[in-house]
Design a binder for this molecule. Structure first.
Ligand code: AMP
Length: 224
């Protein structure tokens, strides 16, 4: 399954911009600027998570998870995402791709981490889109586990359930949001969430999202 990590600066930070930007074609447009990640390369056992320069809070969480060494996709993706470059990766389920994008995102967001209670100090800075609620929940559990020793907040929003509990959490301020596209748009329409400070966007299982007909929703979200 393919995942794409895009670093957003202009599109997401210029809500007031009057000239509309053209609709990007999600995956094809990302491809030329993105660094391709080969699916299967044997891991060099000598590489450790500490070699990536991850913060001690993250390394501690990884030790608690029982991770000793990065998987091949992590070894290839993490340094590239940490450099702020776009990545498009393809790897089988179970190869550790979630940590491949989550760990560098958490690391990059640590610069903005705040222990303030004010919602304004916890704007949404990273958005992870998934095709299904099951995948959203799974990714959210991983992100929570990796960020547990940091002040960064994360939450998951998906359809088929009451919006109110999700709304309370979103309005309280949260840096990392994992969402299915339709429910995210519902929250945007109700002004429960602002994407004006989003810096990083992940389209997890992007190929499946396109297969499932999410392209119009994805384009709406990206153009916000
Ligand atoms: P994923 O492909 O992201 O769904 O991950 C599959 C499983 O591998 C999950 O249970 C992760 O917790 C686990 N995992 C991810 N990275 C590592 C790692 N470096 N070492 C050991 N297990 C890992």
């Amino acid at each position: 399954m393919a995942s794409a990590v895009r670093r957003h600066t202009r599109k997401f930070m210029s809500e007031t911009e009057s000239t509309p930007t053209p609709s990007p074609a999600i995956v094809p447009e990302a491809a030329p600027a993105a660094t391709p990640i080969a699916p299967v390369v044997p891991a060099a056992a000598s590489v450790s998570f500490a070699d990536f320069g991850l913060a001690p809070e993250i390394l501690r969480a990884l030790t608690e998870q029982g991770y000793t060494h990065p998987t091949p996709i992590q070894e290839q993706a993490i340094p590239v995402v940490l450099q702020g470059r776009d990545v498009m990766g393809a790897a089988q389920t179970g190869t550790g791709k979630t940590a491949g994008f989550s760990l560098p995102i958490i690391q990059l967001l640590l610069a903005h981490a705040s222990s303030s209670m004010s919602p304004a100090r916890h704007p949404v800075r990273a958005l992870i889109l998934t095709p299904t609620r099951e995948l959203a929940v799974q990714v959210a559990e991983n992100v929570k586990a990796y960020a547990k020793h940091t002040p960064l907040r994360s939450t998951v929003v998906f359809g088929g359930m009451d919006m109110k509990p999700q709304t309370v959490i979103l309005r309280g301020g949260v840096e990392i949001v994992i969402a299915t596209p339709g429910r995210l748009l519902d929250h945007i329409e109700q002004k429960n969430i602002s994407l004006s400070q989003v810096q990083m966007l992940v389209m997890d299982e992007a190929d499946r999202m396109l297969d499932m007909g999410f392209l119009p929703d994805l384009q709406r979200i990206i153009n916000l």
